[in-house]
Design a protein around this ligand. Structure first.
Ligand SMILES: CC(C)(COP(=O)(O)OP(=O)(O)OC[C@H]1O[C@@H](n2cnc3c(N)ncnc32)[C@H](O)[C@@H]1OP(=O)(O)O)[C@@H](O)C(=O)NCCC(=O)NCCS
Length: 215
């Protein structure tokens, strides 16, 4: 994830966690949190890329409007420009995952898929990327919290060997729902790696190949 991805990531965060407030401070996470690793899934749209107009040359009117933009920034909060229509985006962010690499655990802090892209193996792909990251950093323990009612997410994690190890009562501040604590503590074992390799090939057979470039 880069700073340029943030508006689209916030769009997905908002549709995925509508009661969450405030939104995640992704800019601070990316620029100041050295433990944070954020991965985005991007769908490339070559038709939109081909029709994207060249940036306009700088001229007097553009300079004036920039000056007013800067003045507005000084005088009050800046409104974000609206995002282009989905079909006009050369790079559409379709999902993201965040993992904090703490000294004694890799903690999945968030994961979400754009709602019209769900049930196509993409959440699973992000989880595979997070496990790759934990293995690459020799971290045996992966942990996370999830709402007790979030059947889709719990099923995804349990598919990959996460186990229920605890309950945090009234964990979520908006509606006081409980959180399940899920962990897998065998990420570096041969047994886990063998099962992980099977799941990964099953995913590839079912959904095809993806270019997974890790940070
Ligand atoms: C949870 C979430 C990331 C799953 O992403 P997804 O791309 O739709 O999931 P996938 O297609 O990769 O599914 C992988 C596995 O997850 C489970 N799963 C996903 N959606 C499910 C659903 N609606 N019901 C039951 N199981 C589901 C299944 O085990 C599935 O494996 P299967 O296809 O072999 O049955 C997505 O539903 C989402 O963004 N939800 C809103 C945000 C959220 O709740 N994040 C989790 C916070 S802890």
């Amino acid at each position: 994830m880069t700073v340029e991805d943030i508006p689209q990531v916030l769009e997905i965060e908002h549709q995925s966690f509508p009661t969450m407030w405030p939104p995640t401070a992704f800019k601070r996470e990316l620029q100041q949190n050295r433990l944070a690793n954020y991965i985005v899934l991007i769908e490339h749209n070559s038709a939109a890329a081909a029709s994207t107009p060249e940036p306009e040359p700088q001229h007097h009117a553009a300079n004036l409007s920039r000056l007013f933009g800067e003045l507005r920034q000084i005088l009050g909060p800046r409104e974000e420009p609206p995002l282009p229509r989905i079909e006009d985006r050369p790079e559409l962010i379709v999902g993201f995952i965040g993992v904090w690499m703490l000294p004694d655990e890799a903690h999945i802090v968030t994961v979400a898929i754009r709602d019209s892209y769900r049930r196509q193996g993409l959440g699973e792909l992000l989880l595979i990327a997070a496990i790759d990251l934990a293995q690459a950093q020799r971290q045996p323990l992966l942990t996370l919290e999830v709402r007790v009612s979030n059947e889709a997410a719990v099923a995804l994690y349990e598919k990959y060997g996460f186990e229920r190890v605890g309950l945090r009562p009234r964990y979520y501040s908006d509606d006081h729902e409980d959180a399940l604590v899920l962990t897998v503590n065998s990420v570096l074992t041969e047994e886990f790696s063998a099962r992980f390799a099977e799941l990964r090939s099953e995913h590839r057979r079912r959904w095809g190949d993806f270019d997974l470039t890790l940070p």
